[in-house]
Ligand binder design. Structure first.
Ligand SMILES: [Zn+2]
Length: 399
């Protein structure tokens, strides 16, 4: 008997007709997959492109990990779920704090709603920073590869990898396949880490090796009869000069120079405990200040957009009380820092690749099934993925 649809956050989702695996490949800008397919190392992804459904979608801005993962599992933008970065200035507390606690989440996830309706739900993330948010009020299985327990390690048959490794993501896929074989959950959400994407451009040997690894696990999930839906939290671009040094606008230093120290506060929502990837440098900043320097900031070389709080909240669907007076976005190959002295770039062993801006908004949206035709006017978002997989997949599995 078919179970009734599940309603959550104003959206309605049909009960899965086969196990649904939604994969969020961290930092997977659209070129990675076609490059790996072209290199002949990702035959399953090639089949998805040819006989499944291969689309592109827009992610949430700021193009960072947490806002996008939360949009994917809630089906709504940050203006509704509240998570608009890893880090923000809490006006009530008067302090700069991490935003990775469930107390900052303003709505439930569709994963928890399905579990409440009786679905068996499994969530596996690479980094532990996402686990609390993704698993909020979830009656199901939810763990990170980073902090996998002994029983999980035994099930997966792999030691717990370093948090800075491609293997951390492999652990996620390996765990997903084992859990699908053992428990056959109705819904599974797998979220990787962008360690490889921060270092290796599409088509490079390290990138192709990562997608070849992923391809094998996805093919196994497909063979197990799952619906597979794949997207990314954000894209990724080179953010360095010709000599390999990061191309940075140290915005706090610039504003201190113009206004005097202590007049402006630059917040980088990319800031998190895992700075080795990117030295806390991304293409999105928010600024708290009273002075009117919007036009001056906009005139700096490498700045793509400067928006007031109201403009940014409207255009990017952000909670206005959690962003500064201005939102500043840099261009494709430029990042924004606070003060030069505050960034530890010693962990950057390769020329910087990062994200956060409008230039990293395009992400892939792939399915191993054909979708019913969508209204041509519909702007596809990465957080439509559960809607598309559950409400629009054709009966017949294509790939
Ligand atoms: Zn990410």
């Amino acid at each position: 008997m078919k179970k009734p649809a599940v309603r959550v956050n104003g959206n309605q989702y049909r009960w899965p007709d086969k196990p649904l695996v939604v994969v969020c490949v961290d930092g997977s800008e659209p070129a990675y997959i076609p490059e790996a397919v072209r290199a002949g190392v990702a035959p399953f992804l090639g089949r998805l492109q040819a006989s499944g459904t291969a689309l592109e979608a827009d992610c949430v801005i700021p193009s960072f990990t947490n806002p996008n993962n939360l949009s994917i599992v809630t089906g709504v933008p940050p203006s509704v779920h509240g998570i608009c970065g890893n880090y923000f200035f809490d006006r009530e507390a008067g302090a700069e704090v991490m935003m990775n606690e469930p107390k900052y989440l303003r709505c439930g996830t569709l994963l928890a709603a399905f579990a409440d309706a009786g679905a068996k739900v499994v969530v596996v993330t690479a980094k532990d920073k996402l686990r609390n948010l993704l698993g909020h009020r979830l009656k199901g299985t939810c763990f990170s590869a980073e902090k996998a327990d002994a029983a999980t390690v035994e099930l997966v048959g792999m030691p717990v990898p370093s948090v800075y490794s491609a293997e951390l993501s492999e652990f996620v896929f390996a765990a997903g396949v084992k859990l699908m074989e053992r428990d056959r959950p109705d819904l599974m959400y797998l979220s990787t880490t962008d360690y490889v994407q921060h270092k290796a451009a599409p088509g490079t040997p390290a990138a192709n090796a990562f997608y070849a690894m992923m391809d094998k696990y996805l093919a196994r999930l497909d063979a197990l009869g799952c619906t597979i839906a794949l997207t990314a939290d954000h894209g990724m671009n080179a953010k360095h000069r010709a000599d390999g040094t990061p191309d940075v606008i140290y915005l706090q230093d610039v504003l201190d120079g113009w206004l005097g120290a202590g007049k402006a506060r630059v917040i980088l929502p990319i800031t998190d405990p895992y700075v080795v990837h990117h030295g806390a440098l991304g293409s999105f900043a928010t600024v708290y200040l009273r002075e009117n320097v919007e036009a001056r900031i906009a005139a700096l070389p490498g700045i793509e957009a400067v928006l007031t709080r109201e403009e940014a909240a409207k255009r990017f669907e952000l909670p206005p009380e959690r962003i500064g007076d201005l939102v500043v976005v840099s261009t494709r190959h430029v990042v924004i820092g606070t003060s030069k002295a505050k960034h530890d770039l010693s962990g950057l062993t390769e020329p910087l690749r990062s994200h956060g801006g409008i230039s990293e908004q395009k992400v892939p949206l792939l399915f191993n099934r054909k979708l019913k035709s969508l209204p041509g006017s519909r702007r596809l978002r990465n957080f439509d993925i559960f809607d598309l997989a559950l409400n629009f997949a054709e009966e017949k599995v294509a790939a």
